[in-house]
Design a protein around this ligand. Structure first.
Ligand SMILES: [Zn+2]
Length: 176
């Protein structure tokens, strides 16, 4: 199929109402999705997953994208169409990651940074590592958590984690 204007070969075939850009995609969520919105979502996802930009800063970027879309499309779209396009850019980047199914099914363990003993990632886990190589030797006693203050609230986070990708879940994801 040939269309006028730029062509974005990402993966539903369709021509955007807003921009006339041709988009090819196989992901159900992306069907009938405006390519401008799709580009914004992919940009936000790359910022979050590849460039390690925080969720709050991604929210700021999403707000900037919404303002730019509003300024660019307000002359060509009706108010209802404009609202539909703008609301297509989620403010929470985690929603995009979930919708695109980019988050693997992993099990998280707390990992001691000294001896690499693993603990379940639950509130019941000890604050310090309890590993002893032999019954008579000293415990590792390494701190397993680090405290961080976020928005005025102090919370503890595992200093180091180990992610386990379940083989059955990985195969199911590959074959789905
Ligand atoms: Zn340890």
């Amino acid at each position: 199929m040939t269309t006028e204007g730029p062509c974005i070969h990402i993966l539903t075939e369709g021509v955007s109402r807003a921009s006339g850009v041709y988009v090819k995609t196989n992901v159900p969520w992306q069907r009938n999705m405006d390519p401008i919105v799709l580009c914004c979502c992919l940009g936000l996802t790359i910022c979050y997953l590849v460039m390690n930009i925080s969720i709050m800063r991604c929210e700021f970027l999403a707000t900037v994208f919404r303002v730019v879309l509003n300024l660019c499309l307000s002359q060509t779209l009706s108010p209802s169409e404009l609202d539909s396009v703008i609301s297509g850019v989620p403010l929470d980047v985690r929603r995009i990651v979930d919708i695109l199914k980019l988050r693997p099914h992993t099990q998280s363990f707390i990992c001691c940074s000294e001896c690499y003993k693993l603990y379940p990632n639950s509130p019941d886990s000890p604050d310090r590592c309890t590993y002893q190589p032999t019954p008579d030797s000293e415990m590792c006693n390494t701190l397993l958590y680090t405290r961080r203050v976020i928005c005025g609230a102090s919370r503890r986070y595992p200093t180091q984690t180990f992610l386990y990708n379940d083989m059955k879940a990985w195969l199911a994801n590959m074959l789905s």
